[in-house]
Design a protein around this ligand. Structure first.
Ligand code: CAO
Length: 481
């Protein structure tokens, strides 16, 4: 029996995405979990997995189409009759497509027990709000006034009835600091004022952001004069652009979601965290010689890279400096010290910069880290990672040394408080007290949030990393923490 294939819930706060690649054609036989299409969402590029083994009957979307969570994108015939315990009814599905989700919602009872009737009401309220968010400014004022706090919760309800029978979500829930809890109306209000919603602290239940909070934020920034001049993409004041075509031919390209998210998170970090960058150099002559010896015998997938070595050393350094494996919670005036060490690694991909996370890096050996990093970087370049793979990092490494450069100032990946930039290792003449000796030196640049990390601690942390690269036995001398 024909079964619908819908866009699954990708991650909290992600409602839609753009189809950027179709991996199958009508009539193809697919295995369960095989990628059917690639979807670019607000947070990452994700693959839509086949929910069953069978044959693709219809493809209802094209590359470039925008699709919503819950939308039917394909249909297929699963193999094996016995597996159709909860068959989809073709008729309602077809109607649903024609009516759109509102009509479907009105008529679809909570017959499958997936969602209680109260959820349906909440979803209705949610949709109503989405529509309201699209109204004109006058209508917005009118619509937003009577919205009581209680309704705010409804806005967080799962979106639509169309989500029933979805494949299970592929991600853990997004940490609260990743997606600002605000309704579409409030987001629009903030946008209109040129305010980055992520910079606003919410005073509502669970940190929910209201219009009052946005206004208070703007007032605070204006009073403190803290807006950075020109603040492109920053907290406030986006200056109108000139007409560039006055001076010559231009071409306008739509920003990809990855680019939009990168712009937002960089602007947020730059606008909120006072940055300091500390430079140092490590003598990696011995480590590089070990790495090359090791790689002569290692299989491709286990190839030891300088980045993997740095993940290992940084993870140990974070155990030694817990104040850097932390986040600042200004709302509660607390420093959040994380007992886990998850190291993000910046990966350059054709679609833009992505930062997958190597979890529990402090508890893994170098060989394991090397294999995991190679696999993760490969999957990232091929856009086969999910948003969950990029969440929860406690520190980030950005190695540009494979490309070149002598130093740079990486931007802290907020709400983390520090990031290590790595430039290209070069042979340099180093004075050994009697003579100049050729040594391979690796330039390292640590940027940190100066609200949390003092200069002396930043310098000590970076020196610790350099010493560990120069004397790896130092790591073995550390007690288990
Ligand atoms: N100095 C000198 N050479 C370096 C180096 C460094 N710092 N880092 C890597 N290299 C060399 C490697 O040794 C390797 O050479 P061999 O093949 O002879 O071993 C070559 O460059 C390629 O390395 P790699 O890229 O395959 O492996 P890696 O683990 O060192 O890097 C990754 C992995 C994912 C970090 C890298 O591919 C990448 O994407 N880097 C860009 C990150 C980025 O864009 N950062 C900017 C973010 S904005 O702050």
């Amino acid at each position: 029996m024909k079964q619908e294939i819908r866009v699954p819930e990708v991650s909290d706060g992600v409602e839609k995405g753009t189809v950027i690649g179709l991996s199958v054609s009508v009539g193809d036989r697919v295995e369960e979990d095989q990628t059917l299409l690639e979807l670019e969402t607000d947070k990452a590029v994700v693959g839509l997995p086949a929910p069953f083994t069978g044959t693709i009957s219809e493809i209802l979307v094209d590359e470039g189409d925008e699709v919503e969570v819950g939308q039917v994108v394909m249909t297929g015939e699963p193999e094996g009759e016995g597996q159709d315990e909860a068959p989809q009814e073709e008729e309602p599905a077809a109607q649903e497509d024609e009516r759109g989700e509102e009509g479907a919602d009105e008529e679809a009872p909570a017959e499958d027990g997936d969602r209680p009737a109260s959820d349906e009401k909440e979803a209705d309220a949610d949709r109503e709000e989405d529509r309201t968010a699209e109204k004109t400014e006058d209508e917005r004022d009118e619509a937003s006034e009577p919205a009581p706090d209680g309704d705010e919760d409804a806005k967080e309800a799962p979106k639509t009835d169309a989500k029933k029978d979805l494949p299970p979500p592929r991600t853990e829930s997004t940490p609260p600091d990743q997606v600002a809890p605000a309704s579409p109306i409030v987001r629009r209000f903030a946008r209109e004022l040129g305010v980055d919603i992520n910079a606003v602290e919410g005073s509502g239940p669970g940190g929910r952001i209201g219009e009052d909070d946005v206004q208070a934020f703007v007032k605070r920034v204006m009073e403190s004069g803290a807006a950075r001049p020109g603040g492109a993409g920053g907290a406030v004041t986006r200056k109108p652009l000139p007409d560039f075509s006055k001076w010559g031919e231009v071409e306008r390209q739509k920003l990809s979601q990855v680019r939009k998210i990168t712009a937002e998170s960089m602007a947020y970090a730059w606008a909120t965290a006072p940055h300091v960058t500390q430079d140092d150099k490590a003598d990696i002559t011995a480590v590089e010689s070990f790495r090359q010896d090791y790689n002569r015998k290692a299989p491709d997938e286990g190839k030891l890279t300088m980045t993997a070595i740095l993940v290992k050393i940084v993870a140990s350094a974070l155990k030694a400096f817990p104040g850097i494996n932390a986040s600042l919670d200004l709302a509660s005036e607390e420093l959040v010290l994380k007992k886990y060490v998850h190291v993000g690694v910046a990966v350059d991909t054709p679609g833009g910069l992505l930062v997958p996370v190597i979890r529990d890096a402090d508890r893994k050996g170098l060989a394991t880290l090397a294999t995991e990093l190679n696999d993760t970087a490969q999957r990232t370049r091929e856009r086969r990672i999910s948003p969950a793979d990029m969440e929860g990092g406690t520190f980030t490494i950005s190695n540009l040394g494979g490309i070149g450069g002598t130093s740079f100032t990486p931007i802290v990946y907020a709400p983390q408080v520090a990031i290590l930039g790595v430039s290209r290792a070069e042979m340099e003449p180093v004075w050994d007290g009697q003579d100049f000796a050729p040594r391979l030196r690796l330039p390292l640049s640590l940027s940190y949030d100066h609200r949390v990390v003092d200069g002396a601690d930043g310098a000590r942390f970076l020196r610790w990393i350099c010493s560990a690269l120069e004397q790896p036995l130092m790591l073995a001398m550390e007690d288990e923490r």
